[in-house]
Design a binder for this molecule. Structure first.
Ligand code: PDD
Length: 276
């Protein structure tokens, strides 16, 4: 992979991150995962908007403008030579001796790379298994920060329990998944947790809700419980890396018919039609 680091395009060996980087010490930084299809970045503006939201929340001054960042990302995609893939971008508060206060005079450290990643067509076709896991994250899940330990723990617990993804819940209220948003379909209505501080405001979530509304599928952005999740007709997850993926088993029980449902299929088709 080609990296963007220190305002140059370099190989991985030339990315020299200090052991005193605050990302390493504190997870003190922001990140984004962008998707590109046929060499073209997808929903760039929505990702940029979220990155600036995260940076403002972390009081992190981004060392580039939106236009500068976009051209860097486009250049990374070009240099990767890949058609379909992801761009990973992270910005930390910089390197300084370990102390909690924001360091004076430290410069943000930026690192990004593009890699080739195929669309998850098999999972999208057959669906995945999910299990419920307690959401033990902090109260600003709308910031895409490097502090992903609760997400990592939840994902691993899901895998250890023979599933593919963890559905997170706070006291029985479903929020989202470890690395994706979650939607249910009940009696023809698509329902998902509102975009507040308890979830990441997924770029794919927004695309799918827009598509559902355009198709006159009723949409409800309202919290729901684990019981409502268990009695849903359909469940699916959304995300940059998973697109629209059906959940066909929950806690070892079949969801609906145990096969991807009709509303999920329709939204998958409509999502695919938005890709370049
Ligand atoms: N994760 N919720 C969480 C907790 C996420 O980490 C992600 C994305 C999403 C989906 O958001 P979007 O549609 O904007 O990708 C929801 C990225 C891909 C990751 O951490 O790898």
């Amino acid at each position: 992979n080609v990296y963007w680091y220190g305002n140059r395009y370099v190989s991985q060996e030339e990315v020299l991150i200090s052991p005193e980087d605050r990302g390493y010490y504190f997870g003190d930084g922001a990140y984004e995962v962008f998707r590109f299809y046929s060499g073209r970045l997808y929903e760039t503006d929505a990702h940029l908007k979220r990155l600036w939201h995260t940076a403002a929340g972390l009081r992190l001054t981004l060392p580039f403008t939106e236009a500068e960042l976009t051209s860097r990302l486009e250049e990374l995609v070009r240099r990767s030579g890949a058609a379909d893939g992801n761009v990973y971008l992270q910005i930390t508060r910089g390197a300084a001796p370990r102390a909690h206060p924001f360091p004076k005079g430290a410069e943000p450290v930026v690192m990004a790379y593009a890699s080739s990643v195929d669309r998850p067509l098999a999972a999208m076709e057959t669906g995945i298994r999910a299990v419920a896991v307690e959401d033990i994250r902090w109260l600003r899940c709308d910031y895409k920060t490097l502090n992903l330990l609760p997400n990592v723990m939840a994902k691993q617990e899901a895998l250890d329990r023979g599933a593919d993804e963890a559905v997170l819940h706070r006291d029985g209220t479903v929020t989202e998944c470890s690395a994706s948003n979650l939607m249910i379909v009940k009696d023809g209505t698509v329902r998902t947790h509102p975009a507040n501080r308890f979830i990441l405001h997924g770029v794919t979530r927004a695309v799918v809700l827009r598509l559902a509304r355009a198709a006159e599928i009723p949409v409800l952005e309202q919290p729901f419980t684990l019981d409502e999740l268990a009695s849903a007709d359909e469940i699916f997850i959304t995300g940059t890396t998973v697109e629209v993926t059906p959940v066909v088993a929950l806690n070892g029980q079949a969801v609906g018919s145990g096969k991807p449902g009709p509303v999920t299929r329709r939204l998958q088709q409509q999502f695919a039609a938005t890709l370049p």
